[in-house]
Each structure stands twice: as structure tokens, then as C-alpha cells.
Design a protein around this ligand. Structure first.
Ligand SMILES: NC(=O)c1ccc[n+]([C@@H]2O[C@H](COP(=O)([O-])OP(=O)(O)OC[C@H]3O[C@@H](n4cnc5c(N)ncnc54)[C@H](OP(=O)(O)O)[C@@H]3O)[C@@H](O)[C@H]2O)c1
Length: 331
């Protein structure tokens, strides 16, 4: 199952809103084939692993491992449960059940009804963490929201008057770009957009960048850069070259943004500041995970305060200039 999870991670950034899935086929305690879901619309992991084998006549003597229940419905590809049945595997090991109501246990039920042994709940926590965006999307009907910021040793995001100010040091860019690769969408508030003119792209790792959004209710943003951006606002819906303006009608703009992302099958959102925008996600109880880089030595002495939260710290990594802390919401 650990190997399945490793393989599944190869699809990071490419499979949204699908889950990350890896598959391993074992014969006499030896892995004889592997597969993973490479990209949305392409073959599922188990199909890849089965098709990668030249001699499929031994599959009835093999076990199959998957970090997520096989699908049982016709989507962009035919049901994988049928393919597993066709080859009469000895036993199927499944990390977790699929929360998608179109599957939700029916893939496993189908296998068992046809006499295939199935064992579930293997490395369940790891499987859930890997596919946390997918689970959030299907169980709560909203995208998974990750907040990220850098703060000075004395707890500020930037000095005043408002200005661009570099806080984080060596090693933080890699983590940020890896997070961007994972997420389907990224958002900043209008002040950050105007002051920092951030690119918000993944430029360090092979793979896509998230779709870019700005939260700008009063259309105060300076949209001159040559890149595709969606501007959530109160005034208009219109397209102007690469800039798409989307009027949000909901009283609470964040709820409107969640709805828009769901409607567009974007299952994860990374919010990169500034403080007002980050705090509003925390206060609306819409944040799921927080990443902070706290400078070990850099002091600002006043200015824009870091957001306040009461999330659980689950990890701390000592970087050369900063402490990277990861927090999860208290469930
Ligand atoms: N250290 C870091 O990691 C980091 C990261 C990003 C930015 N920064 C710095 O932070 C500063 C900007 O932060 P900031 O807090 O002043 O501004 P910001 O969060 O970038 O933008 C704030 C504006 O966005 C709109 N907005 C935010 N949340 C909203 C909500 N829930 N509903 C409706 N509108 C919402 C409002 O626009 P209206 O006023 O038009 O209503 C609000 O005034 C800059 O100096 C930037 O360089 C630091």
C-alpha cells in the first residue's frame, strides 16, 4: 500500500478533481506490475497496471493493491471493478472507500458478490491525507482550503505603510511551489495583488500551475500583467482578454467563491494572503490547513499582523532562516 501511495503521488497536479490513485499487482510476494492515474480523462491506476502486463493469464493467481476503492460506474472510462472481475484476482486490498456517491462502497460490493476477497482500511490515515482534497469535495461539497503566509519573528506579515517586503528565506520557495503544484486554484486579496504583483505559479517542479484568482470586491486591482486571472468582484461579469471578471452575488463573498470553485470542479484552493483575506477564511471556518514560515531572526517591529487562529500544530521543520509550521483545523 505504501508503494501504491508513492505511485499515486506521480499524478499530483494532473488529476484534479479526480483522486490520486496508485496500483500494485503482486504474484508470489513479488510486485509484477504497477500503475497510477496519470491525468484526468486517462486510464485509472488498476487499468494501467493490468494493461502493462504482457501475460495476463496469471492474474487469477495475483493480489491487487489500490489506495482507493475501484470505480463501479461508467465515467470518462469504463468501471474498473468489472476489469478486476474479468481477471478474477485472488484478493484485492483497498486503502479506503471512495466517498463519491457514484461509488461509495459499490465497487467493493460488486467484487465480493462475485466471490473476490476484499480487505479494506489499509494505511487509512495516509490514504486520507493524500486524497484530502477529493474527500473534502465529495463529503462537504466544497474545495479544500490551504492558507500560507510568512511572518516575522515578532508576528507581522509586512510593515506599514503597505509595501512589498520579503520575509521568508532559503528553502521556503520549494515548499510553496510544491503546494501550488498540488492545488487546483490559488487566490490573493486585492492589496497583495497590487503591492506584490505575484505570479502565483509553480515554476520549480514539473507540472501545472493552479488557476489564479483575486478577491477584489470594488475592482481596485491593477490588472496589467500578461497572465490569465479571474477577479471575484461585486460589480460585473465580463471577459477582457486574459482577465475574467466574475460578479459574486452572495452576501458573503467567500461562500460565492466556494460555489464558483465547486461549479468549475476545482477541488482545492491555496490562499497566499494578505492578512485580511487569510483571516476572513479562518473566521468563516473555511480553512482546512495552514502553512506558515516564521522567521528565526527577522523583526519588523509593527505593521500588518499575522492572522490569528487556533488550529492544531501537526508538524514543524527547521529551515535555514525560518521555521515551517503546518497546522490542521481542529475537527
Ligand atoms: N508575509 C506574507 O506571507 C504576505 C503574503 C501576502 C501579502 N503580504 C503583504 O500583506 C499586505 C497586504 O495585506 P492586506 O491584509 O492589507 O490585504 P489583502 O488581504 O491582500 O487584501 C485585502 C482586501 O481584499 C478584499 N477582501 C479580503 N477578504 C475579503 C472578504 N472576505 N470579502 C470581501 N473582500 C475581501 C478587501 O478589499 P476592499 O478593501 O476593496 O473591500 C480587502 O480590503 C501587503 O503588504 C503584502 O505585501 C504578505
Amino acid at each position: 500500500m505504501s508503494r501504491c501511495l508513492e505511485l499515486a503521488r506521480r499524478g499530483l497536479g494532473y488529476v484534479n478533481p479526480n483522486p490520486l490513485v496508485g496500483c500494485v499487482i503482486v504474484h508470489n510476494n513479488e510486485i509484477i506490475s504497477e500503475g497510477w492515474h496519470v491525468a484526468i480523462g486517462q486510464a485509472h491506476a488498476e487499468r494501467m497496471a493490468i494493461l502493462a502486463l504482457k501475460d495476463r493469464s496469471i492474474l487469477s493467481e495475483c493480489d491487487l493493491y489500490l489506495n482507493l476503492e475501484p470505480c463501479s460506474h461508467f465515467g470518462k472510462t469504463p468501471p474498473c471493478a468489472d476489469l478486476i472481475l474479468e481477471h478474477q484476482f485472488k484478493k484485492v486490498y483497498v486503502g479506503l472507500l471512495d466517498p463519491n456517491p457514484l461509488v461509495a462502497g459499490s465497487g467493493i460490493q460488486k467484487l465480493q458478490e462475485h466471490g473476490i476477497q476484499v480487505e479494506t482500511n489499509i494505511l487509512a490515515d495516509e490514504c486520507l491525507t493524500l486524497n484530502r482534497f477529493f474527500y473534502k469535495f465529495h463529503t462537504e461539497k466544497r474545495p479544500f482550503v490551504t492558507l500560507k503566509w510568512a511572518e516575522s519573528k515578532d508576528g507581522f506579515l509586512a510593515p506599514l505603510p503597505i509595501q512589498r517586503f520579503q520575509i521568508s528565506g532559503v528553502g521556503t520557495t520549494e515548499i510553496t511551489h510544491a503546494l501550488r503544484l498540488e492545488h487546483a486554484a490559488i487566490l490573493v486579496g486585492v492589496e497583495t495583488w497590487n503591492i506584490d504583483q505575484p505570479l502565483l505559479s509553480n515554476r520549480l517542479f514539473e507540472g501545472p500551475s493552479p488557476k489564479k484568482f483575486v478577491l477584489d470586491p470594488n475592482l481596485r486591482g491593477n490588472y496589467t500583467i500578461d497572465s490569465e486571472v479571474v477577479v471575484f468582484n461585486r460589480k460585473k461579469t465580463e471577459s477582457n482578454g486574459l482577465i475574467q471578471y466574475v460578479q459574486i452575488e452572495e452576501f458573503d463573498m467567500l461562500q460565492g467563491i466556494m460555489r464558483f470553485l465547486c461549479d468549475h470542479q476545482l477541488n482545492s484552493l491555496m490562499v497566499e494572503g494578505g492578512s485580511k483575506t487569510l483571516q476572513s477564511f479562518i473566521d468563516a471556518n473555511l480553512a482546512d490547513e495552514i502553512h506558515t514560515y516564521k522567521s528565526k531572526t527577522g523583526m519588523i517591529g509593527g505593521g500588518i499582523e499575522a492572522p490569528k487562529h487556533q488550529f492544531d500544530k501537526i508538524n514543524e521543520v527547521d529551515l535555514p532562516d525560518d521555521i515551517h509550521m503546518k497546522f490542521n483545523r481542529i475537527s
